[in-house]
Structure formats: C-alpha cells, structure tokens
Design a protein around this ligand. Structure first.
Ligand SMILES: [Zn+2]
Ligand SMILES: [Zn+2]
Length: 250
C-alpha cells in the first residue's frame, strides 16, 4: 500500500499523496465487500452467484422481449397491441442474484454497483445497438424522489453503459409530478398511474438516430411506454428499450 510522503524539494515542502488505490484499499479494509445475494465476503457478486444469473437469451418476443419457448414472433400479450417503442430487450431475468443487484443499487444505495451491472450486461446490450447513431437516455425520477434517494439508479446504469458502449448519453426526459409506487398495480392501473407524468426536458435534443431508453427493470412495460411516447412526440425519434433485468413470470 502506497503511503503519503512529504519531502523538501527546492526549498519547498512537497506532499506526495497516495494514488486512488490507497483509498480503495483502505475502504475495502474498513468496509469489506460482500456478495449482494449470498453475503459471501470478497466481492459485490461472488463467483457462484454470478454463475446463477439467468441471461434472457435470444429466443424472445420481437416486441416486448419476453422469453418464449414457442419461437413465435410476438408473445400473446403483444399480439394486436400498439407499443410506442420498437423493441424492449434485457440482459437477465429479474430473480435471484439479478434481483439482488437491482435492489442493492436502488435501495441499498451502493452506487458503484452500476458499473458492475454495466460491465456484466454491456455485451448483450451491444447486440441491440448495431447502428452507431444511437443516443442513450434514462427513465427519469421526480425531483422529490431524487431528493430522498440521492441518485437515479437508471441514470447511473445508463451512464456506465454509455462509457462501455462508446455511445453518447443525454438526460432527455423529466418526471413532471410524483406518482404512487407501481409494484401493487396491474398493467392497466400502471398505465393510468403514469399517464402524462413524463415529458421532454426543456432544450432536449438528439441527432437523427435512434434513442435507447435505459432502465434497471422491465415489468409490464408501462414506464418504458410512457417515456417512449414522450420521446417520439417531442423528438420524432424511434425508441428501443434496454433494461438490466426483466420480470419473466406469467
Ligand atoms: Zn454470492
Ligand atoms: Zn411481447
């Protein structure tokens, strides 16, 4: 471990501060890392739990991305349904370690997990953005939520992905009013709950390409649809959706 050094150089006292590794080492001694899923010490995600993540895989509904066993283009939910985004894709099933990672970032405040989540999912994300002219944006939080949580987990994940994919990230959307939590609502209630709550940020601009909307989890698609509607209406762009995880049951 490199230590702080002080020396007199040319008659002046010069202090050589240790590199960033020193602080990381110190932090890891004071607050040892634990696996977010099983609690084993050493890493954010231990080898066994990393191996237990369930990738969504290539066989899925061409629109909502729901994994399918039947190799049909659209799942029964999407047949005849009008969606404001081209496709929605995700890296992992929202269960087991995938769910624990999302919760540790969102509710545990472990912001540095966003980089780990981007690192283990960007290979799959890259397959969905083969064109170069793509701008990443994130699902917004209302400022009251931002004030209590201190950060937007979707924004942290989107920024980390943007660095790894080498694609620009812009905050294009804003949540205009707070909405009650969605977790106990069905799909219809979720749509109603969110209606009109997301708008384009003042002065938001992007190129002529597509927008990839980023979130941590895709559940019924109501949030993705509300955000995509605002992007299409305000910017006239095509939108695809990428999330770290996706609910698969049902
Ligand atoms: Zn583990
Ligand atoms: Zn579908």
């Amino acid at each position: 471990m490199e230590a702080t050094k002080a020396a007199v150089e040319d008659g002046n006292l010069t202090v050589h501060l240790p590199g960033p590794g020193f602080f990381d080492n110190l932090l890891s001694v004071l607050f040892p890392l634990r696996c977010v899923h099983c609690g084993a010490s050493g890493n954010w995600l231990c080898r066994a739990c990393a191996g237990a993540l369930i990738p969504v895989g290539p066989e899925n509904c061409s629109r909502c991305g729901k994994p399918s066993l039947y190799k049909v283009p659209d799942c029964p939910e999407c047949r005849g349904r009008s969606l404001p985004f081209g496709s929605a894709r995700a890296a992992f099933h929202f269960e087991g370690p995938g769910r624990s990672l999302v919760h540790a970032l969102k509710f545990g405040g472990q912001r540095r997990l966003a980089m780990l989540m981007a690192a283990i999912s960007f290979g799959a994300a890259r397959l969905t953005v083969l064109e170069k002219d793509v701008t990443l944006t994130h699902v917004p939080l209302h400022r009251s939520k931002l004030a209590t949580r201190g950060f937007n987990q979707a924004e942290l994940y989107a920024k980390a992905l943007s660095r790894l994919l080498g694609l620009p990230h812009k905050g294009l959307l804003e949540k205009q009013f707070p909405t009650p939590p969605q977790n106990r609502l069905n799909s219809k209630q979720r749509r109603k709950n969110l209606a009109g709550s997301v708008a384009l940020r003042e002065g938001a601009k992007t190129g002529n390409g597509r927008v990839l909307l980023i979130d941590d989890v895709y559940t019924t698609g109501s949030t993705a649809a509300e955000c995509s509607r605002a992007l299409r209406k305000g910017l006239g762009v095509e939108v695809d959706v990428w999330t770290f995880a996706r609910t698969v049951k049902g």
